[in-house]
Design a protein around this ligand. Structure first.
Ligand code: HEM
Length: 406
């Protein structure tokens, strides 16, 4: 089979290449790819092997960062990403994760419930006079961004500025230059510094205040760590959840029998969200590097060689899921790896993302009558320019009417 350039964001312009990965899982489950800047990299495709690499942090390091260099110059060497939580290894990672966990206790997430419901109601109300919309910009982008702003404590008037910086720093729009990305990152750091200054004078009931006060074994976060975490949260929390919402909605419309199951029994929505996470895998991969020579499956990997773990492939592995290419909202999909594979970096925002998705899909299932796509052929819809995040740039929807919020 012809090798695909999996480092190249353009490879994913028409979606994740499931046929290619199905073939590789069967025939060459851990395979080598050429890379224009690195010497090359290994690709791990099977569920069991992705689990192993994710969980074995004694062997597999996330340093200098876990990103697959794409068509922009790699960050490797300049160290700009290496202080992020997601790039740290134990024991540094363990310490920092304990500190930031203080801001993500089940109580803090539950406390956001009312605010999330209010945002969902507001966003759907905003389109309720119409019979069509562009879902990404009018609904899906806003929800996670607003929720993170509520969590972190960004005042209303600054939110759109932060959203803009988030878009630029992630660079999914190839039109942004590297300089613009760097500038937006610096502006975000300066903004986080300013938030801390204000809270030094008067603590607020928000995540920034919790992070400033958090102390474990006499250690606390310094200003740079807070700044970097602020930026990671904006990116990790918003660019991912929005795609679960849009691609999830698209898949439910494409599978009307599954949407009907949820209409008949909305209590299945949390289960359906796990299946949609499995089926759509909004985050495609992360990179690890072994500290010493090791084996993954039957393949020997040398110390330091980049190893890419592919979540969408693991989530469609026939060895882990029956009939994996079928969307089945009643199946037990709990072993999916869309939030990671239970290793030390397992998604910090998983319960928040689940809560946002639950409330949004409840509204989609309950409030929209005769929901349909506003485009004949969804395969022509533009997708993100990314090798990390899979999602649509646009998703036109239409419907007959929208019921008022319950
Ligand atoms: C559908 C939505 C989401 C998906 C699919 C997703 C997926 C992931 C994945 C695959 C990882 C890496 C796991 C690993 O390496 O083992 C991760 C890490 C992370 N996620 Fe999420 N995520 C989502 C939403 C969120 C939200 C809402 C937040 C925050 C508000 C968030 C914050 C983070 C952070 C901070 C990390 C790094 C954790 C660490 O390194 O210890 N994510 N996420």
């Amino acid at each position: 089979m012809k090798q695909l350039d999996l480092w190249d964001p353009a490879t994913f312009h028409s979606g994740f290449p499931h046929d290619y990965f199905r073939y590789m899982r069967e025939n060459e489950p851990v395979f080598w790819n050429e890379h224009p800047v690195w010497d090359g990299y290994w690709n791990v495709t099977r569920h069991a092997d992705v689990l192993r690499v994710s969980r074995d942090s004694d062997c597999f390091s996330s340093q200098p960062d876990p990103f697959l260099a794409g068509d922009r110059p790699p960050s490797e060497g300049d160290g700009s990403n290496s202080h992020m939580l997601i790039s740290l290894d134990p024991p540094d990672h363990t310490k920092m994760r304990k500190l930031v966990n203080r801001g993500f206790t089940p109580r803090r997430v539950r406390d956001l419930e009312e605010k999330i419901q209010a945002q969902v109601d507001r966003l759907v109300d905003q389109v309720s006079e119409k019979t069509s919309c562009e879902m990404v910009s009018e609904i899906a982008v806003e929800l996670p961004l607003q929720v993170i702003a509520d969590l972190v404590g960004v005042p209303e008037e600054d939110r759109h500025q932060i959203f803009h910086w988030t878009e630029v720093t992630f660079g999914f729009d190839a039109a942004y230059t590297l300089e613009e990305q760097v500038e937006a990152g610096a502006a975000m750091f300066a903004y986080a510094d300013q938030m801390c200054e204000i809270r030094k004078m008067e603590p607020h009931d928000d995540l920034i205040s919790v992070l400033m006060e958090a102390e474990i074994d006499g250690e606390s976060l310094d200003q740079i760590q807070i700044d970097v975490f602020f930026m990671l949260l904006q990116n990790a929390g918003s660019e991912t959840t929005r795609n679960l919402i849009t691609t999830g909605t698209l898949e439910l419309i494409r599978h009307p029998d599954q949407l009907q199951i949820l209409r008949d029994d909305p209590s299945l929505i949390p289960n359906a969200i796990e299946e949609l996470l499995r089926f759509t895998s909004p985050v495609m991969q992360f990179v690890r590097r072994p500290r010493y020579d090791t084996m993954v499956g039957e393949q020997e990997i040398k110390a330091g060689e980049p190893v890419v773990i592919w979540y969408p492939s693991a989530n469609r592995d026939e060895r882990a899921f029956e009939n994996p290419d079928a969307l089945n909202v009643t199946r037990d999909a709990s072993q999916h790896l869309a939030f990671g594979a239970g290793g030390p970096h397992f998604c910090l925002g998983a319960s928040l993302a689940r809560l946002e998705a639950k409330m949004m899909f409840e509204a989609i299932v309950d409030r929209f009558e005769d929901l349909d796509l506003g485009v004949e052929d969804p395969s022509t819809l533009p997708r993100l320019h990314s090798n990390l995040i899979d999602g649509y740039v646009e998703l036109p929807l239409r419907w007959k009417s929208i019921k008022p919020a319950a």
